[in-house]
Design a protein around this ligand. Structure first.
Ligand SMILES: [Zn+2]
Length: 815
């Protein structure tokens, strides 16, 4: 065992310790094997200064005796012990002097959990929270109602959902809701409930219920009261349940009868294109995937120090699976370690000492294999997860390498040709395009069925259903049912919880076979807007993380295929990224930087209103299948209702190309009337449930197409008016009301309004329009423009006309 107290390392400590403590631990070399202490000195725990610069540090000890030694020295240990390579990780409270003392004794201190910086930050956070609480306590809070709705879900059970924001943002603010049980009943006759405080990235968002509350009667109003004194009464409106034309008797549905793998899915859409050549065609995406294939591997050894693994140069199906490796112990003393290769059989002749015992370490065997020309033409060898490999290896019979892939031969091992189905009567780019794509995440098995069901409904109902004909004749529809076919195959045949692609980007210290289910790239984090590489939250740069963003933005062919489609067909104006599960309908922004919860720019007020009104239609379509109501609290911008997802594809389409990028999570929680609780459905529910999810969200995708057609046909100009909402002796407050989702541009100085004039904003997240306060009588000039570009009164903002809207808002003494 080598000494950790050699002169070189001591010299480095001496230099490093002149730095501040946090830095010095960060740059301290990581030692795998601490030496036993030279002498046992109890560290001095008396402070020389206030707080003494103590930190909570990680100490690695080789064995239980090492822990006993720390204890007997009186070291202040945390109640924590974690087995790690080379012993146990313990956490100790140490001053710089104590830490140095332990190092001098040969202890291996590898980094800090926390130090005085966090302590100071916590004190500052505490003080500001106390101050906020004191200020809030001093005044009555203002309650801003965001949403108050009732809706129906499975079995006609009704639910209540309420969201309210208090101006007192501290945690001591408690809001209670009371609701009536119908018109003319007592305000609290329906029930009362305490709301949950919703915070994200350390910021107060609003108060809500953690899940909607079951109702016995439909309420007309809800009254929210705060323990800070605030109170507000709001009408409870109906969410979803938009009246829809009942489908024609001959409208056919239900074309999926089992979960399908990506090969079957792709064959299905190819078959559809052949059957319906007049109104559909296959598009071969230009970037083939890496393929359902892996290098072959074998691992030898049982403990980390003596373990190594080999990886074939050729993919398993291209010869890697035929390679074998044997570790042979020669029947002789003082034999030299050597490697011989015959065909694809590699034999390692282990070295022995004078008494014929094996003396080859894992590291020596790895070097011998990698140094042998014939062996290294077949494979590469590595120690286990970066271990030094100083343990002795044991003999082993010839072991075949394997790629561990279990799919039948019907699944090709070659790079996969991803396909999209383009549906439309006129596929020349002249119609509004809609891009529906599914299964970015491999394990979300319902999602490709949803896309396939939608394609079948459009093609098979075209001839006889007038509504379907209108969609196919007036839109250009691109359906990509499986974005991630390699991962999809792996999920069906090898590891059902596979989320990412199959491509392994890990270096040798994480590429051993036991990590094979953790490799791959999270495609919905690999895009180029608001990515982890730009500093946004909700993705990882660790190759084994579930949300690994890949080595770079758009590094993966699967992600580039999506971008290609939106660039190749610039008529695409809408996109739906279908995932599972939870029952969500979401839009941009999709991510934020954690510091200050700084989101990507929010869509403007008119666009956000368009999203809410589209939600009503699309989610009513989902509900029309079996009554399942998507919650208001699961509808909205991604980070406001789920979490920040840095580098997701919906943001790519919206921010880079102006495509309205929506995301579904199919698989809404199902209410259990026995337990009176919502129950989550998971990624791969029993097929009976999975089938229902595919049907209802296919209805939702058809709803999206209807929204797109309405957008394409929208010739109606918006109409708006000024509404004064408050007056005092010295001021007047107003806002604008529009008869459809639209943006309002206005001036207050009598000038001509243009698209560069001030735009009406939302008052806040999930709130209504901004209120504008004037301190003197003003002429308001304005116009409204809807999402399809129709301008109120046919006004030309970039022209010279003055046919914009005009009103005078007066500030005057009240009579
Ligand atoms: Zn997903």
């Amino acid at each position: 065992m080598r000494s950790s107290l050699d002169g070189r390392r001591l010299g480095r400590i001496a230099v490093v310790l002149t730095l501040p403590i946090a830095l010095s631990f960060g740059s301290f070399p990581v030692l795998a094997e601490p030496s036993p202490p030279v002498s046992e000195v109890v560290p001095d725990h008396q402070s020389s200064t206030e707080q003494n610069g103590v930190a909570l540090l990680r100490v690695i000890v080789p064995d239980e005796a090492g822990i006993d030694r720390l204890n007997s020295m009186g070291v202040d240990l945390a109640e924590y012990k974690k087995p790690v390579d080379g012993g146990f990780e313990m956490h100790a409270v140490l001053s710089p002097e104590e830490a140095q003392n332990l190092r001098d004794l040969g202890f291996n201190i590898v980094g800090k959990i926390s130090d005085q910086t966090e302590f100071t930050e916590n004190l500052i956070q505490r003080r500001s929270a106390v101050a906020a609480e004191a200020q809030a306590a001093a005044e009555v809070d203002t309650l801003t109602p965001l949403r108050a709705e009732w809706f129906t879900s499975l079995d006609d059970q009704n639910f209540l959902s309420v969201e309210v924001k208090s101006s007192a943002i501290d945690a001591a603010t408690v809001l209670t809701v009371a609701w009536d049980s119908g018109k003319g009943t007592a305000p609290d006759s329906g029930g009362t409930a305490t709301m949950s405080r919703f915070t994200d990235a350390g910021q107060y968002m609003y108060h809500r219920f953690s899940s909607p509350l079951a109702l016995t009667a439909v309420p007309t109003t809800a009254t929210i009261t705060s323990n800070r004194g605030g109170s507000v009464t709001v009408p409870v409106t109906k969410w979803l349940g938009e009246k829809r034309k009942p489908p024609k008797k001959h409208y056919v549905v239900d074309f999926v009868d089992r979960y399908m793998d990506p090969t079957e899915i792709t064959d299905r859409i190819s078959g559809l294109a052949q059957e319906f050549p007049k109104i559909s065609q296959i598009i071969d995406l230009p970037h083939k995937t890496n393929g359902y294939r892996r290098a072959a591997q074998a691992q030898f050894g049982t403990v980390a120090a003596s373990t190594f693994y080999v990886t074939s140069k050729a993919y398993g199906h291209e010869g890697g699976n035929d390679i074998s490796v044997a570790l042979v112990k020669p029947d002789a003393a003082s034999a030299a370690l050597s490697v011989s290769v015959s065909g694809k059989n590699v034999v390692v002749n282990l070295g022995t000492n004078e008494s014929s015992a094996i003396n080859s370490t894992a590291k020596a065997v790895v070097d011998a294999l990698n140094g042998n020309a014939a062996a290294s033409a077949l494979l590469t060898a590595a120690t286990y997860r970066g271990n030094a490999g100083s343990g002795l290896v044991a003999a082993a019979v010839a072991t075949k390498l394997t790629d561990n892939l279990k799919a039948p031969a019907t699944v090709s091992r070659e790079p996969f040709q991803t396909k999209a189905l383009r549906i439309g009567k006129q596929r020349d780019g002249s119609k509004v395009g809609v891009f529906l794509y599914c299964q970015e995440h491999a394990r979300e098995w319902v999602t490709p069925l949803t896309c396939v069901e939608t394609a079948e409904r459009l093609l098979r109902n075209y001839a006889r259903d007038g509504e379907t004909k209108k969609l196919v004749d007036n839109l250009d529809i691109f359906i990509m049912p499986t974005v991630n076919p390699d991962g999809g195959h792996y999920s069906v045949y090898d590891y059902n919880m596979q989320r990412k692609t199959m491509t392994n980007h890990c270096p040798v210290n994480a590429a051993d076979p036991a990590n094979r289910n953790a490799w791959g790239v999270d495609l919905n984090r690999n895009f180029s807007v608001g990515s982890v590489f730009d500093g946004y939250s909700g993705a990882s740069t660790s190759c084994t993380s579930g949300t690994y963003a890949g080595p770079a933005e758009l590094s993966e062919p699967e992600a580039r295929n999506e971008v290609w489609i939106t660039e190749q067909y610039p008529n695409i104006k809408f996109a739906m990224n279908t995932h599972s599960y939870g029952g969500y309908f979401m839009w941009a922004p999709g991510s934020y930087k954690s510091a200050g919860r700084e989101t990507l720019p929010r869509p403007d007020f008119g666009t956000e209103n368009f999203f809410w009104s589209a939600s009503n239609h699309i989610l009513s379509s989902v509900q029309s299948w079996r009554g399942n109501g998507i919650w208001p609290g699961r509808t909205g911008p991604i980070p406001d209702v789920l979490y920040s997802a840095a580098g997701n594809s919906a943001d790519e389409h919206w921010y880079n190309r102006g495509i309205i990028g929506w995301s579904f999570e199919v698989g809404a929680d199902v209410y259990n009337p026995q337990t009176k609780r919502f129950e989550a459905v998971g990624f791969q529910p029993p097929f009976a449930e999975g089938h229902e999810e595919a049907m209802e969200f296919s209805s939702g995708q058809i709803g999206i197409l209807e929204v797109a057609r309405q957008y394409a046909d929208d010739k109606k100009k918006p109409a708006s008016q000024v509404k004064v909402t408050d007056r005092s002796e010295t001021s007047a407050t107003f806002t604008f009301e529009v008869d459809e989702p639209a943006n309002v541009y206005y001036t207050l100085d009598g000038s001509r309004p243009t698209l560069n004039s001030t735009k009406l904003l939302a008052a806040g997240m999930r709130e209504g329009s901004q209120q504008i306060t004037l301190d003197k009588t003003s002429d308001i000039h304005w116009f409204a423009v809807d999402i399809a570009g129709n301008v109120e009164g046919n006004y030309k903002p970039d022209g010279n006309g003055n046919n914009y809207r005009k009103a005078k808002v007066e500030v005057r003494k009240l009579p």
